[in-house]
Design a protein around this ligand. Sequence first.
Ligand code: ADP
Length: 184
Amino acid sequence: MTRLLLVGPPGAGKGTQAGVLSEKLAIPHISTGELFRAHINDQTDLGRSVKQFLDSGQLVPDEVTNQLVIERLGEPDTDGGFLLDGFPRNIGQADVLGKYLAEVDRQLDAVVQLEVDEEVVVSRLLSRGRADDNEEVIRRRQSVYRSETAPLLEYYRDILVKVDGVGEVGVITDRVLNALRDRT
Ligand code: ADP
C-alpha cells in the first residue's frame, strides 16, 4: 500500500497530512504546489512561467505540470512508493499518470480523499496567509477544484478511500492509516 494520491479541496490539509504520512510510510511526498513554489522562489525559467497561474489560482498548463511530475517520478527514491499531493488535478493529468505508471509496470494502490466542507476550508485558508490566500483567489481555487478535480473521485472510485478531514492532525492521520489498512 505505498503508491498513493491525496485528493481534497484547497485547504483540506493535504500538505500537512502528506508530510506526516510520508514519514510514517517512509515514502517521498511529492507536492506539485511545493515544486512550483520552489521554482518561483529560485527564480527559474519554469518558476517565471508558472507564477501568474499560482497568483491567480488557476491550474498551471498540463504540459508543464505533467512533465515536472513524470520527471520527479523517474527518480529512484520513488521505487518503494510515493505520496502524490496536488497531482493529478484533472482527468487529463490522471490519464497521463496512468499511462506513465503502466509503462513502468506500476499501479496506484489507493486514492485518499480528505473530506472537508467548503466553509471550513475557506476560513482555514483565510487565516493561513500564503501569497495566494486572498479571498478572491481562494474562491477561484475552490471553483477550479469543483469543476476540474472533483471528477477524479469518480474516475478513481475503485481505489477511493474517503476520510473525514475535520479534527486534530494526529487523529486524521490515524483515520487515513486505519482506512488504508482496512482495504487490504
Ligand atoms: P492548494 O491545495 O491550496 O490549492 P497547492 O500548493 O496544492 O495548494 O497548489 C497551489 C497552486 O499550484 C494551484 O492553485 C495551481 O496554480 C498550482 N498547481 C498545483 N498542482 C497543480 C496541478 N496538478 N496542475 C496544475 N496546477 C497545479
